[in-house]
Write a protein that binds this ligand. Structure first.
Ligand code: PGA
Length: 248
């Protein structure tokens, strides 16, 4: 059976309490979605968003967690604390964290293990830079990140893969559909080779997904949803992307 599709919003370091109105609008527009919906707001908004969603199936998630369950790590957040605030998911190894905080595959893998221990679904992000794309090493880079960042205890139920070419994030540039298909099918083959339920992992595409390109991207084989940054901040932008996924 094909995995249930997932439309995930990554708010990054955007949004204050006023932005909860966008979530209300989104929930009103998608009262009974036939895909999974997720918003990963800044940690400051998790508890309020969890309260605001009430019985709506919208899931909420963190954008990072620490490898430890608790302790002397000023400014960090443990996976169990995300779960306590209502999160069911956590984005890990986003390219902005890999770049801004020198996160390695080994660290991302340890964070994913910590997330799983706290009962969270880890969304593990991988993707090549423009230089890597232009030098023809995309599949090697992405394959290495996948092997290094996804822990042995990963299953289709506790792990989602997000393919996000670094050069496509926030730039308005997107790979061709053939390029997306090539990377997603390679990720799928790697998952099937390594995990008994590899066929059921969700593989999201991320990087400048917009209302205007979503339907084409969602028609690509092995694209099981999207991780959306800028276009997830406003219900008016995210809603048509969700609708496109529901039709895919
Ligand atoms: P973008 O970001 O949709 O703004 O390109 C995607 C992401 O970084 O997850």
């Amino acid at each position: 059976m094909a995995p249930r599709k997932l439309a995930a919003g990554n708010w990054k370091m955007n949004g204050t309490a006023a932005a909860l109105a966008e979530v209300q609008a989104l929930m009103a527009a998608h009262a009974a979605p036939n895909v999974d919906l997720l918003i990963c707001p800044p940690a400051t908004l998790l508890a309020q968003m969890n309260w605001a969603k009430q019985a709506h199936p919208l899931a909420i998630g963190g954008q990072d967690c620490h490898t430890d369950a608790s302790g002397a790590h000023t400014g960090d957040i443990a996976a169990a604390q995300l779960a306590d605030a209502g999160a069911t998911h956590v984005i890990l190894g986003h390219s902005e964290r890999r770049a801004d905080h020198d996160e390695t595959d080994a660290l991302v893998r340890a964070k994913a293990t910590a997330a799983h221990a706290a009962g969270l679904i880890a969304i593990v992000c991988i993707g090549e830079t423009l230089a890597e794309r232009e030098s023809g090493t995309t599949l090697t880079i992405v394959g290495g990140q996948l092997a290094g960042s996804v822990p042995e205890d990963a299953t289709a139920a506790n792990t989602v893969i997000a393919y996000e070419p670094v050069w496509a994030i926030g730039t308005g540039k997107v790979p061709t559909l053939d390029q997306i298909a090539e990377v997603h099918s390679t990720i799928r083959a790697d998952l099937v080779a390594r995990f008994s339920d590899g066929a059921n992992f969700r593989i999201l595409y991320g990087g400048s997904v917009k209302p205007g390109n979503a339907a084409d991207i969602f028609a690509v084989p092995d694209v099981d949803g999207a991780l959306v940054g800028g276009a997830s901040l406003k219900a008016a932008d995210f809603s048509p992307i969700i609708a496109a996924l529901e039709r895919a």
